[in-house]
Ligand binder design. Structure first.
Ligand code: G16
Length: 545
């Protein structure tokens, strides 16, 4: 075995977005593309003690892992831990980094984006706190990727790829290699947070659940925890085997892409009591009751309001945080609990800083992400177990819990309209014009809606004082109504415009409105203000969640 020093040319498109570097799979397969980015990470590593590596099992996962292990050995990383079979969910990676005090981790995933040769691939780098690398680190990696001339990789001679299918320890060149069972540390952590005994009893009473693994990474975790440890009936977990192309589906747990689960939960005859799904790499979650969908913004609020029933959170919440476009339901809970509620830009790393500083305990986003201080990533299965614990403790179903919540706090109707695959120039033009129009909006009236304030969100991190500008346009109307506009940072196909619509109501007579009916007036105002139809030449959003 010897080290090869391979000449490479810099790439200009390796600036990681909100969640690492995400590109079409065939871009990652071009010569030196992955190697260039990985070497750029290694060149920025001050601490080379130990890394964890794993991914969501999508196409190219195994090849990329083999490359990374060989590069890690050539770059003198002391130890590399690898999830058996290359499988490791994003939350489990965060858990392992923290539990074993590692220097960081490399997670291979394009999250909820489809996989396969025609799909997407991605690399995320997490630091020693277990969370996504902060901007200072991702910028340093990006600068490296623009001037790099060489990468180092171990030449294995005739040995072929390293066996990662069996747990155990070995040595590769000077590097210790440990293949570990990817579920156990994570399951042990969940056991410290939730009342497993109570949840076991719930399943014993005949409580029926359907968990859709979407043929992505959480299947093995859900099978082991729900069906194994908690005694849910076999078959509770569907689509539980990770597949390279996610079974041809889009592993994004929302009402559109998790259609099979939604149909089962709305079936008039035999719908289970509780339904849930996670995304490609296991950090997102969707929660459903029988014939009932819980918006992510409501879900965060319900978790906060019921946290005292869950062992890991009985001591109280330090504070809560939500991303700016996320509905404000949790704000109402925080006000009642007398704890702070932080509003951050989109991107989990902003929560990481608040969690590290012990300012918040729970946080969440409209994009189906919820999490807490237990790790530094959002955590899909954790949210599902949190709900199970609340259901078991209160003896109520999902719908009853949410309706009771609305009675106490009011209802925040919420909807997100996505315009996908846009010409970037058209999307940028829309945002630029919208921003130009902001100073003149205050006080103007659009039908029944009067603008109270309009700005381009800027955030000053309460921990390090860093300012992030241009984080999305928000237009607030009288009577707690709001529109938010921002461009997605995670798409790989043109640009995506997201329009977030929110209306608060505290008249129970209106709680049964459908969200789209409730926000339809706001949708017209959004078009009037941003000229969506004329600039984008689209008559309706592609996805409504
Ligand atoms: C990533 C980030 C999330 C963020 C989301 C936004 O999610 O980790 O914090 O909310 O992107 O996506 P967009 O910019 O498309 O609205 P994930 O699940 O893709 O890692």
């Amino acid at each position: 075995m010897r080290i090869n020093y391979v000449k490479t040319t810099p790439f200009n498109d390796q600036r990681p977005g909100t969640s690492g570097l995400r590109k079409k799979t065939n871009v990652f397969k071009t010569d030196n593309y992955l190697e260039n980015f990985i070497q750029s990470i290694f060149n920025c590593l001050a601490d080379k003690r130990a890394l964890v590596v794993g991914g969501d099992g999508r196409y190219h996962n195994d090849k990329a892992i083999d490359t990374i292990i060989r590069m890690a050995a050539a770059n003198e990383i002391d130890k590399v831990m690898i999830g058996r079979g290359g499988i490791l969910s994003t939350p489990a990676a965060s858990c392992v980094i923290r539990k074993y005090g590692l220097s960081g981790g490399i997670i291979l995933s394009a999250s909820h984006n489809p996989g396969g040769p025609e799909g997407d691939f991605g690399v995320k780098f997490n630091t020693a706190n277990g969370g996504p690398a902060p901007e200072s680190v991702t910028e340093a990696i990006f600068r490296q990727s623009q001037r790099i001339t060489e990468y180092k990789i171990l030449n294995m001679g005739d040995l072929g790829p390293l066996d990662i299918e069996h747990t155990g320890k070995s040595r590769l060149y000077e590097t210790q290699i440990e293949i570990f069972e990817p579920v156990s540390d994570y399951a042990a952590l969940m056991n410290t947070l939730f009342d497993f005994e109570r949840i076991r009893l719930l399943f014993k009473t005949g409580f029926l659940m359907r968990y859709d693994g979407m043929n992505a990474v959480t299947g093995p975790y859900a099978k082991s925890i729900l069906e194994g440890i908690l005694g849910a009936p076999q078959g509770t977990v569907v689509n539980g085997e990770p597949l390279a192309d996610f079974g041809g589906r889009h592993p994004d747990p929302n009402l559109v892409y998790a259609k099979e689960l939604v149909e089962a939960m709305y079936s008039p005859k035999d719908a289970p009591d509780f339904g849930a799904a996670s995304d490609g790499d296991g950090d997102r979650n969707m929660i459903l009751g029988r014939g009932f969908f819980v918006t992510p913004s409501d879900s965060l609020a319900v978790l906060a309001a019921n946290a005292h029933l869950v062992p890991g959170y009985m001591g109280g919440l330090k504070g809560v945080a939500r991303s700016m476009p996320t509905g404000k339901a949790v704000d109402m809970v925080a006000a009642k609990l007398g704890i702070p509620c932080y509003e951050t830009p989109t991107g989990w790393k902003f929560f990481g800083a608040l969690l590290d500083a012990d300012l918040v305990t729970l946080c969440g986003e409209e994009s189906f992400g919820t999490g807490s201080s237990h790790i530094r990533e959002k955590d899909g299965l954790w949210a599902v177990l949190f709900w199970l614990n609340i259901i078991a403790a209160r003896g109520l179903g999902v719908e009853a819990i949410v309706r009771d919540h609305w009675m106490r706090f009011g209802r925040n109707f919420y909807s997100r309209h996505d315009y996908e695959g846009l010409e970037p120039s058209a999307a940028n033009l829309l945002m630029a014009r919208l921003k130009d129009s902001l100073p003149g909006l205050k006080g103007r009236t659009f039908g029944a809606y009067r603008v109270e304030s309009a700005d381009d969100f800027s955030y000053t991190d309460p921990v390090d004082g860093l300012i992030s500008t241009g984080q999305g346009v928000r237009i607030v109307f009288e009577d707690i109504k709001r529109l938010v506009f921002r461009l997605s940072g995670t798409g790989t196909n043109g640009a995506t415009l997201r329009v977030y619509l929110e209306r608060y109501e505290k008249d129970p007579g209106l709680y049964n409105l459908k969200p789209e009916e409730a926000v339809s007036g706001l949708a017209s105002v959004a078009d009037e203000i941003a000229h969506i139809k004329t600039i984008l030449k689209r008559s309706a959003p592609d996805v409504i969640t």
